[in-house]
Design a protein around this ligand. Structure first.
Ligand SMILES: NC(=O)c1ccc[n+]([C@@H]2O[C@H](COP(=O)([O-])OP(=O)(O)OC[C@H]3O[C@@H](n4cnc5c(N)ncnc54)[C@H](OP(=O)(O)O)[C@@H]3O)[C@@H](O)[C@H]2O)c1
Length: 348
């Protein structure tokens, strides 16, 4: 059988919400490799909110994705052929590759080997990778969460939010979350150790915060911006900290004018945007640290897996709409230790 490489390519930049018309599938031959290179059979493709910004050239903090080509993304895969002395056939690896079945890696310097004894290999691009480290940077390094504080996390069940909330809980804080469906609310309460959670599509954030934390908020881990951020700004405690991780409510356009920003002065609050790429030094020390937390039961994690490379655009668009519970990944080939069979991934 002749293998084909299916690639998910960017047809056009989304205007407003991304649609299936922004993507197309292309078939190409499986690439050949030269000395010093490896060929990776990709297994898990990452779907991340920041990719929406990079699909529109020149609008974000990083360069736009080129039109017409396969979409760059974090990927977990297995070495299928190696002509590099540091990698062997069968090694599990992750890197910033592309939404495609097979990737020829010409520069292996950023290719990282995965230790399967640490858990499901998919975790390399979820809880043990960028999303998990993002939560740690925001909640611990920037906000400096302490026991007894009241912490609020938006997008509380998501890839980053689910870790941020549990890190705060492990530090001894009282943790409130918001999420967009009743199923997510239940998941946060039953599996992610939140003290209280509300569905922001049913109850305005300001009313919910008055009900659940009338004393106000010490730390707000902001994943969504807009109305939720504004509601928090009206309810911050003195010396509140607001690590601004993302503003997904604004990614499809629209502009929200904050009404309560003036409160930051009187409350001597700190608002700090951050980008994970500025915090990648010593990254190799992060996965064992998070594995230790997971083994102590402080953090549980859930990958939300869609099957089939042809379903990647829909999986990505759905994640932006809120279909996912946990980290949205697309599984495009066989994972010998499939995480859907892993006890840590059974959420219901
Ligand atoms: N600063 C950094 O370096 C960095 C790194 C990674 C991620 N981020 C940011 O962190 C945030 C979360 O990313 P993630 O990877 O963990 O994604 P995620 O939370 O797993 O998935 C995105 C979630 O956003 C929520 N959402 C979508 N539209 C919304 C809206 N209009 N209002 C409120 N919530 C909305 C949905 O959950 P609900 O159903 O609960 O609404 C959806 O499930 C994003 O803003 C992302 O850009 C930043």
């Amino acid at each position: 059988m002749v293998l084909q490489n299916t690639q998910v390519c960017l047809a056009s930049s989304p205007r407003g919400a991304a649609t299936s018309d922004n993507f197309f599938l292309r078939q190409s031959p499986v690439p050949e490799i030269d000395d010093g290179e490896v060929l990776v059979r990709n297994i898990y493709l990452s779907c991340d909110p920041y990719m929406r910004g990079r699909m529109a050239a020149g609008t974000g903090y990083a360069a736009g994705f080129p039109l017409g080509g396969p979409i760059p993304a974090r990927v977990v895969g297995q070495i299928m052929q190696s002509r590099h002395r540091n990698f062997s056939e069968g090694d599990f690896v992750w890197d910033f590759l592309r939404w495609e079945n097979f990737t020829r890696v010409t520069d292996v310097r950023a290719l990282r080997r995965i230790d399967p004894s640490l858990g499901p290999i998919s975790h390399a691009i979820s809880v043990l990778g960028m999303p998990g480290r993002t939560a740690e940077v925001g909640m611990i390094d920037i906000a400096g969460v302490k026991a007894g504080e009241t912490v609020f996390v938006s997008a509380a069940s998501g890839a980053v939010g689910s870790v941020a909330g549990q890190l705060a809980k492990a530090a001894g804080a009282r943790v409130i979350g918001s999420a967009g469906t009743d199923e997510k609310v239940r998941h946060c309460l039953e599996n992610l150790q939140y003290d209280a959670v509300f569905n922001y599509r049913k109850e305005p954030p300001g009313e919910a915060l008055d009900r659940l934390c009338p004393e106000g908020v010490d730390i707000y881990f902001d994943n969504v911006g807009g109305e939720t951020l504004d509601a928090v700004l009206a309810r911050i405690q003195p010396f509140a900290r607001i690590p601004v991780c993302g503003m997904i409510s604004q990614y499809d356009g629209g502009d929200y004018s904050l009404r309560n920003a003036g409160n930051v002065v009187g409350k001597r609050a700190m608002i700090r945007g951050f980008i994970i790429y500025d915090h990648m030094q010593d990254f190799d020390l992060y996965p064992p640290r998070m594995v230790a937390r997971m083994r102590r039961g402080e953090v549980r994690y859930f990958d939300d897996i869609v099957d089939g490379i042809e379903n990647t655009p829909a999986a990505f668009i759905g994640m932006l709409r809120g279909d996912n519970i946990g980290k949205r990944l697309v599984r495009i080939s066989d994972d010998p230790g499939s995480p859907t069979n892993h006890p840590e991934n059974q959420r219901r």
